[in-house]
Design a protein around this ligand. Structure first.
Ligand SMILES: C[S@@+](CC[C@H](N)C(=O)[O-])C[C@H]1O[C@@H](n2cnc3c(N)ncnc32)[C@H](O)[C@@H]1O
Length: 267
C-alpha cells in the first residue's frame, strides 16, 4: 500500500477527541487525509477513548482477501461498480436471495444472478426500478445472457425501492441489497433517485437484511441533487450501531466528482 500514499494529501490534522465527534464510520475516510504516522497515533488514541467495537479475526471479517480488489480500485484500474461487484463476491453465496434496488440496464442484476445461481435453483434476485424502460432493458439483457432456467430466478418489479418489503417474502433472508443511484444511462436524465426515497429504501433494506449481509451503494455526485443524496446516505450510515454494522465509504479526495462506493456490512 505504500506506493498508494501519493493519492492522499496531508490536509487535516485533528485531535483524537475531534475524531470521536465524527461517526466511527467516517473515521477511515477522514484519516486518509492525515500523514500515515500521525494517522495511526490518532486512530489508536481515538479507539482507546471510545468503547472498542467488537473485533473479529481478520479471517472472519468481510474484508478478508479483498486487498487486491481495493488496490486496483484505488489505483484507478477498476471503476466503483467493478469494486462493488468484487465486494459482493466476497459476501454472496450460491443459493442466496439478493435484491437490486435500481436495476436500470440490468448489469448489476446479471452480476447478482451469476453469484447466486447454481443447480439447487434456490438463488433468487429481486430487481426493482420505477422506470418501465429500465425493466425492459434489463429483461433484454437477461434474455441475451441467461438460459430459461436462470431467467426464472429473477423477478423484475416496477416499483419504488422504498417499497421493497412489498416484494420480498416476509421470511426471506436477504444477503445483499444493492443500490446504484442516479439516472439511467442512456435514459431520461431528469428521472433520478432522490434522497428522501433512497433514505426510506435504506431503512427498508436494513429491516430485510440477514446477519452477514451487505447493503452496497454507489452514489454519483456529478449531477444536480447527487451531493444531497450522498449526504442522505452518509446520514443513514453514520447512525448504524457499531456493534452490529461495519460501514465504510471509499472517497477519492482529489477526485471530487468520482462516484462514491459505500458498503454497510451487517455483522
Ligand atoms: C444508475 S441507474 C442503475 C444502473 C443499473 N444498476 C445497471 O446495472 O445498469 C439508476 C436507476 O435507478 C432507477 N430509480 C430511480 N428512482 C428509483 C426508485 N425510487 N426506485 C427504484 N428505482 C429507481 C432509475 O430509473 C435508474 O434506472
Amino acid at each position: 500500500m505504500s506506493s498508494l500514499r501519493f493519492c492522499f494529501t496531508s490536509l487535516t490534522i485533528c485531535s483524537p477527541r475531534t475524531l470521536l465527534a465524527i461517526p466511527p464510520q467516517r473515521i477511515n475516510t477522514f484519516c486518509c487525509c492525515a500523514k500515515p504516522s500521525r494517522q495511526n497515533d490518532f486512530i489508536s488514541e481515538a479507539n482507546a477513548l471510545q468503547s472498542s467495537p467488537p473485533s473479529a479475526s481478520p479471517k472472519h471479517s468481510p474484508f478478508f482477501g479483498m486487498d487486491d480488489t481495493l488496490v486496483s480500485y484505488l489505483c484507478g484500474k477498476k471503476k466503483a461498480t467493478d469494486l462493488a461487484h468484487m465486494v459482493w463476491k466476497h459476501v454472496v453465496q450460491k443459493g442466496d436471495t439478493v435484491l437490486d434496488a435500481t436495476c436500470g440496464n440490468g448489469f448489476d442484476t446479471l452480476a447478482m444472478l451469476n453469484l447466486v445461481a447454481d443447480d439447487s435453483r434456490k438463488g433468487y434476485v429481486f430487481a426493482l426500478d420505477i422506470q418501465k424502460d429500465a425493466l425492459d432493458s434489463t429483461s433484454i439483457l437477461l434474455e441475451e445472457s441467461l438460459n430459461l432456467d436462470e431467467r426464472q430466478l429473477v423477478k423484475l418489479v416496477n416499483i419504488c425501492h422504498s417499497k421493497m418489503e412489498e416484494v420480498v417474502p416476509r421470511n426471506a433472508l436477504v444477503r445483499l441489497v444493492a443500490f446504484n443511484l442516479g439516472y439511467l444511462p442512456g435514459g431520461k436524465k431528469e428521472i433520478i433517485t432522490r434522497p428522501e426515497t433512497t433514505f426510506l429504501a435504506l431503512e427498508a433494506a436494513e429491516r430485510i437484511l440477514m446477519p452477514g449481509g451487505l447493503i452496497s451503494i454507489v452514489v454519483y455526485v456529478g449531477h444536480p441533487g447527487g451531493r444531497e443524496e450522498l449526504e442522505a446516505v452518509e446520514t443513514f450510515a453514520a447512525r448504524m450501531p457499531v456493534e452490529n454494522w461495519i460501514c465504510c465509504k471509499l472517497r477519492m479526495v482529489n477526485r471530487p466528482c468520482a462516484p462514491v462506493p459505500i458498503f454497510l456490512f451487517r455483522r
